[in-house]
Design a protein around this ligand. Structure first.
Ligand code: UGA
Length: 435
């Protein structure tokens, strides 16, 4: 099939490359000329394990093409995917400006039947708005609009796309169902379902999924906070509850709050949708509040430990991205923590395997950047672990002891065993476990 993907961000690129991988001819379109010229040369603008290899292969096999020209990208396409950003607007609701402007442009260039699939995360009712814009210039039989939310996690996006738990498609058209089934069939051969539903339910499914996961994490974060007060151990509690299939083992890891480009934005947007419909979604309000509080938990632990005396104190930070295997620092707890530490007068040296460039674009030379994880430690009064990259899990503790000025670790991701840290003589504070 001939597919066009509009938007070569994270979702668009993964979608385009994976559909090319199953033999479709894919054209990826973006207004950013620099990005398109990088991609034409096989350079991936985002860090996502495995993606650049697949990009090279599909460029070589002439299954994927990149362009900035809407006309030519749309002309031969059977299916057009919209993978455009929907950032939060001033009130928290998703800003649909990109989607609406592309819909208007499409209405000027479409001349034969197209299926327009929305992959962006958009509030309930957006597909209807897109249809309305298209209908201004096009007869109804020239297009169908479909909702097909994506459930990719950064860092494991290829695996999530190539072997999805489920595919959700919002459409009433039998013709569309057939086309979408043949597109996704190669990815669900093990029997995972393709769920067809009405468009509004598909749009809501995406927000409900992300908000529920954010709620699950926030619930565990609060349980962890209470464990600290009651001298229980959240690791044990997590195992104890997770083996109940109704609860499930995944997404129960407490930490210093969720971040990234999805959960924060989507919880806020669903909260806003509820408000627009005069519904008081109390749980979502709490999730937003709990996460805000949790993102500063590590700062408060450091502050209390040093009795508020952070002025001139040197601190080392390992991990900046909102989670491992990505260079993404959007809404990452590292930003909130660093800002608070700087305000309190601390001197900060950071290390992250992938996210240093993004962080330096934000903080510049107000903080120091180490060339490797141990380089961050010299003469520091404490080490703060903010992201659980694998390389931090089994470090050389002798080296850490020798480099740190005082043997103190604040671990926001519970990656070390408390008893072992005790034996090694560290002052070790983590989340929801005894100090
Ligand atoms: C999330 C969803 O997991 C995807 O299903 C969805 O498609 C995607 O958003 C999206 O809407 O595009 P992602 O933002 O890549 O994916 O990251 P996650 O792996 O879900 O992690 C999100 C945050 O939750 C991270 O900050 C992570 O540290 C935190 N988290 C996750 C916890 O604190 N505890 C956990 O047990 C799991």
């Amino acid at each position: 099939m001939k597919l066009t993907i509009i938007g070569t961000g994270y979702v668009g690129l993964v979608t385009g490359i994976c559909f090319a991988e199953t033999g479709n001819t894919v054209t990826c379109l973006d207004i950013n000329m620099e990005k398109i010229s990088f991609l034409k040369n096989g350079i991936c603008p985002i860090y996502e394990p495995g993606l650049e290899n697949l990009l090279h292969r599909n460029i070589k096999e002439e299954r994927i093409f990149f362009t900035t020209d809407l006309n030519s990208a749309v002309r031969d396409a059977d299916v057009i995917f919209l993978a455009l950003p929907t950032p939060p607007g001033a009130d928290g609701a998703a800003d649909l400006a990109h989607i609406m402007s592309v819909a208007a442009s499409l209405s000027n260039v479409i001349t034969d039947y197209k299926i327009i699939v929305n992959k962006s995360t958009v509030p309930v009712g957006t597909a209807e708005k897109v249809m309305k814009i298209l209908s201004k210039k096009l007869p109804r039989e020239l297009f169908d609009v479909v909702s097909n939310p994506e459930f990719l996690r950064e860092g494991v996006a290829l695996e999530d796309f190539l072997k999805p738990d489920r595919v959700v498609i919002g459409t009433h058209s039998e013709k569309v169902k057939e086309v979408m089934t043949s597109l996704y069939q190669p990815f669900v051969r093990q029997g995972n379902p393709i769920y067809f539903m009405d468009i509004r339910s598909a749009e809501m499914t995406k927000y409900a999924a992300n908000s529920f996961l954010a709620l699950k994490i926030s619930f565990m974060n609060e349980v962890a906070n209470l464990c600290e007060k009651t001298n229980a151990n959240v690791d044990m509690v997590r195992i104890g509850i997770g083996s109940d299939e109704r609860i499930g083992k995944r997404f129960l890891f407490p930490g210093i709050g969720y971040g990234g480009s999805c959960f924060p934005k989507d919880v806020l947007a669903l909260h806003q949708t509820a408000k627009e419909h005069a519904y008081d979604f109390k749980l979502l309000k709490s999730v937003l509040e709990v996460n805000k509080q949790q993102k500063l938990l590590l700062f408060h632990k450091v502050y209390d430990h040093f009795n508020g005396k952070l002025k001139g104190r040197r601190l080392a930070i390992w991990g900046l991205s909102f989670k491992p295997e990505t260079d993404d620092i959007r809404d990452a707890p590292s930003i909130d923590i660093i800002e608070k530490l700087l305000q309190a007068g601390a001197i900060i040296r950071v290390y992250d395997p992938e996210a240093m460039k993004n962080l330096s674009a934000r903080f510049g030379n107000v903080i120091e950047y180490a060339v490797n994880q141990y380089g961050a430690l010299e003469d520091a009064d404490a080490l703060l672990i903010i992201t659980e990259w694998s390389e931090f899990r089994n470090p050389d503790f002798d080296k850490i002891s020798a480099l740190l000025h005082s043997k103190t670790i604040f671990d926001g991701r519970n990656i070390y065993d408390s008893d072992k840290m005790d034996e090694l003589g560290f002052h070790y504070e983590s989340i929801g476990r005894k100090t």
